[in-house]
Design a protein around this ligand. Sequence first.
Ligand code: UD1
Ligand code: CA
Length: 464
Amino acid sequence: MPQISALILAAGKGVRMKSALPKVLHSVGGIPMLARVLTTVNSLRPTSVGVVVGHRADLIRKSLASSPGKPAVFTQPVLNGSGGAVRAALSWVRRQRGAIVVTCGDTPLLRAETLKDLLKSHIRNRNVATVLTTEVPVPFGYGRIVRGFDGRVQRIVEELDASVEERRIQEINTGTYVFDGRTLARILPRLKPNNQKHEYYLTDVLEILNQEGGRVGAHVSDDREESQGVNSRADLASAEATFRRRILKSHMDNGVTLLDPDTTYIDEFVKIAPDTIIFPQTFIKGATVIGSGCQVGPWAFIDGCIFKNDVIFRASFAESSVLESGSRVGPYSRVRPGSVVGKNAHLGNFSEVKNSRIGEGSKANHLSYLGDAILGKNVNIGAGTITCNYDGIKKSPTSIQDQAFIGSNVNLIAPVRIGAHAVVGAGSSVSRDVPAWALAVERAPVVVIKNWAKKKFKKRTKAS
Ligand code: UD1
Ligand code: CA
């Protein structure tokens, strides 16, 4: 590969977005479009990357300050077209050796592989300019690729400047090109705003090169979706949908069953092992990693978790937690950050855990709250049991050791420790440590008054 550099055009206003935020800072898949394009061009290992900014340059500069490789930033003083944008970086263009990739900040779905193919085609054909094109059924709004009788690319004509005949052309300019750097630097000053918009069009470089006999080529991509340009909110939604489908497809290709891709939302960096089934209405976010043989959903929300193998997770929320193999959560449970649900442990229905460790085989099957608690193995938590971990000032821990049995409706008033094999009677409020094998029960004697209800009933019927 020869030396290459890359220039991203991001000065445009994005009028049709009707936004205070510059268009390229709108996100697709949770990451700003410009950052996505930067990552893609960085995969070519360019010697230098430039970004042309204009509209709300301050905001874009700020967003670029933290991006990898710190690109060189150029300001286009007047927004006079894509050619004007490259001209704003002319001094940089002149300094580059080899090929320059020029792409737009508003085509976030462009894949690194496609850029590499474009470059290869440029080099193989010894072109001075190669444009990435694709064929679309509805080419409206895009520049059309005009080819001669010999099939060679002659020029690119924009929608507004195109004849009726040219508007029928379905091969479009994706807005990504490779140029020989020195040739581009030489041609840029010759662009003229001879078009309906009175702008300097980068696309005109191709026609000028043809006139002087340079080799101009096109690399046709068969993935038309990746070249979708985002010019409006509707385009943004459509790019988002394409992006999401791309992720879902890669999971299915890897052996994951998605029962209903239409209602499944999986973030870009999520990993799922084969033979896991994802049920409808499921959201999997962040850097979640899910093992194999799991069943997730329906109605699941998972953010930043690790699920080992064979986990069953139904109609529940989990954040920043680990679910060990064979554990079962839900329906209707919430696993809050910092929790570990041990091997074969069960949680819920209607159970909440926060910053707690549920040991192997332990069960909190019904309506409980476990906060700042450490549970050993095979602990049983009765229905309605809660850890009272907060006294209004500070949080305190609860420890429940192996095989302990906590009856229903128990309040464990932290800090408190229940020893191994200990039993806590139903309805107790426990504010002292309970040693191993002991019984703790806090219960007022039951008063039974015979025929009490009968008397009351009589009184009531008399009164009415
Ligand atoms: C452009 C192409 C069109 C192509 C389409 C692909 C031209 C003349 N037309 O049209 O052939 O099919 O992209 O999506 O290039 N920009 C600047 N400064 C400006 C104007 C634009 O930096 O003064 C940047 C924008 O931020 C954007 C890119 O250039 O990233 C393209 O501009 P846009 O106005 O979206 O061009 P299109 O009409 O989409
Ligand atoms: Ca565009």
